[in-house]
Design a protein around this ligand. Structure first.
Ligand SMILES: NC(=O)c1ccc[n+]([C@@H]2O[C@H](COP(=O)([O-])OP(=O)(O)OC[C@H]3O[C@@H](n4cnc5c(N)ncnc54)[C@H](OP(=O)(O)O)[C@@H]3O)[C@@H](O)[C@H]2O)c1
Length: 263
C-alpha cells in the first residue's frame, strides 16, 4: 500500500537550517510548508525548492506574533491540513544585551516555539514529531549547580514561563547578575526551550507524540557565520532525523549527531 504523503511545517525556513531541512524532507517525498516572517524572502526560498521539483508551499509566519500564528493556524485547520512533523527552527541571536534584547530573544526562541506548538497541536497526527532546535549553549553541565536546579528537573509549564519572564524583569532592573543569570538572552532562551521540550514530551505522551530537542552543532549560516565548522547540509541532518523518527522512537531527549546529549 502506498504511504500517504507526510506533511511538515518548518518555522524560520527562508534561509539557513530551516531552508535546508525543507529541502532534505522534500527530497524524502514530504509535502513541506515552508514558513517565514518575510513574504518576499519566503516566496523566493519556496520557488527555489519548487524549481528542484519539490512539493513546497510558502506560508507567512512570524513566531513572535500571536496574530500571525492564529491566522495561519485557522486557515490550515479550515483546509484540513494534518502534520506529521513540526520543526520549531526559527531563532535569533541579537547583538548587545538589555531588556529589549532579552524580551525579543525570548519571544522568538522560547515563547515562539511554545505558542506555535500549542496552537498547531490539534493538527499534529498521532505519532507526530515535534522538533525544537536548541544549542550546545543550553547544556546545563556548563552552569553552576544552583542555577541548574532552576531548569532540572524542569518546572511545570506555567512556572517555567514565569521563570523566563523573571529573567527579562531582572535584566530590566539591572539585577540579573545578582540573581545568578548569565548575561546572554540567547543562552537563557535555549535553556528554557530544553526544559519546555521535556515538559511537552511528558504532557504529550498520551497522544504518542515524539518531542525532542536537537543541537545542529556550529553551522555555516547567517547566525553561525562563515567560519563555523559544519556545512548547512550536515547541520540539518539531526533536524531531519528527529522529524522522521519511527513511532517507537525517543521522546523528551536532547540530541546532537543523532546521539543523546545530557541536558
Ligand atoms: N548556525 C548555528 O551554528 C546554530 C547552532 C546552534 C543552534 N542553532 C539554531 O538553529 C536555528 C536556525 O538557525 P540558523 O543558523 O539557520 O540561523 P539563520 O540563518 O539566522 O536563520 C534564522 C531563521 O529564523 C528566522 N526568524 C527570525 N525571527 C523570526 C520570527 N520572529 N518568526 C519566524 N522566523 C524568524 C529568520 O527569518 P529572517 O530571515 O526573516 O530573519 C531565518 O529564517 C535557530 O534556532 C538557531 O538558534 C544554530
Amino acid at each position: 500500500m502506498k504511504q500517504a504523503t507526510r506533511t511538515v511545517l518548518v518555522t524560520g525556513a527562508n534561509r539557513g537550517l530551516g531552508l535546508e531541512t525543507c529541502r532534505q524532507l522534500g527530497r524524502l517525498g514530504w509535502r513541506v510548508l515552508l514558513t517565514a516572517p518575510d513574504s518576499t524572502e519566503g516566496q523566493q526560498a519556496c520557488e527555489a525548492l519548487r524549481s528542484e521539483g519539490l512539493d513546497v508551499h510558502f506560508e507567512f509566519l512570524d513566531v513572535a506574533s500571536q496574530e500571525s500564528l492564529s491566522t495561519l493556524a485557522g486557515r490550515l485547520e479550515q483546509e484540513g491540513v494534518r502534520l506529521s512533523a513540526l520543526v520549531n527552527n526559527a531563532g535569533i541571536a541579537m547583538d548587545g544585551f538589555n531588556a529589549h534584547v532579552a524580551e525579543y530573544t525570548l519571544a522568538v526562541n522560547f515563547f515562539g516555539p511554545l505558542h506555535v506548538t500549542e496552537r498547531l497541536l490539534p493538527l499534529v497526527e498521532e505519532h507526530g514529531r515535534i522538533v525544537m532546535v536548541s544549542s550546545a549553549l543550553a547544556e546545563l553541565k556548563d552552569y553552576p549547580p544552583a542555577f541548574q536546579r532552576r531548569f532540572n528537573p524542569p518546572p511545570p509549564k506555567e512556572q517555567l514561563q514565569t521563570l523566563l519572564r523573571s529573567f527579562i524583569e531582572d535584566v530590566r532592573a539591572g539585577v540579573y547578575e545578582r540573581k545568578g543569570w548569565p548575561g546572554s538572552a540567547y543562552r537563557v532562551s535555549k535553556l528554557g526551550l530544553n526544559a519546555l521540550t521535556r515538559v511537552l514530551a511528558e504532557e504529550l505522551k498520551p497522544r504518542n507524540l515524539l518531542v525532542n530537542a536537537v543541537c545542529p552543532s556550529w553551522v555555516r549560516t547567517q547566525m553561525g557565520g562563515p567560519h563555523a565548522a559544519r556545512s548547512v547540509e550536515r547541520g540539518a541532518d539531526v533536524l531531519v532525523w528527529a522529524a522522521t523518527l519511527p513511532p517507537e522512537g525517543p521522546t523528551g531527549g536532547f540530541f546532537r549527531n543523532r546521539r543523546p546529549v545530557l541536558w
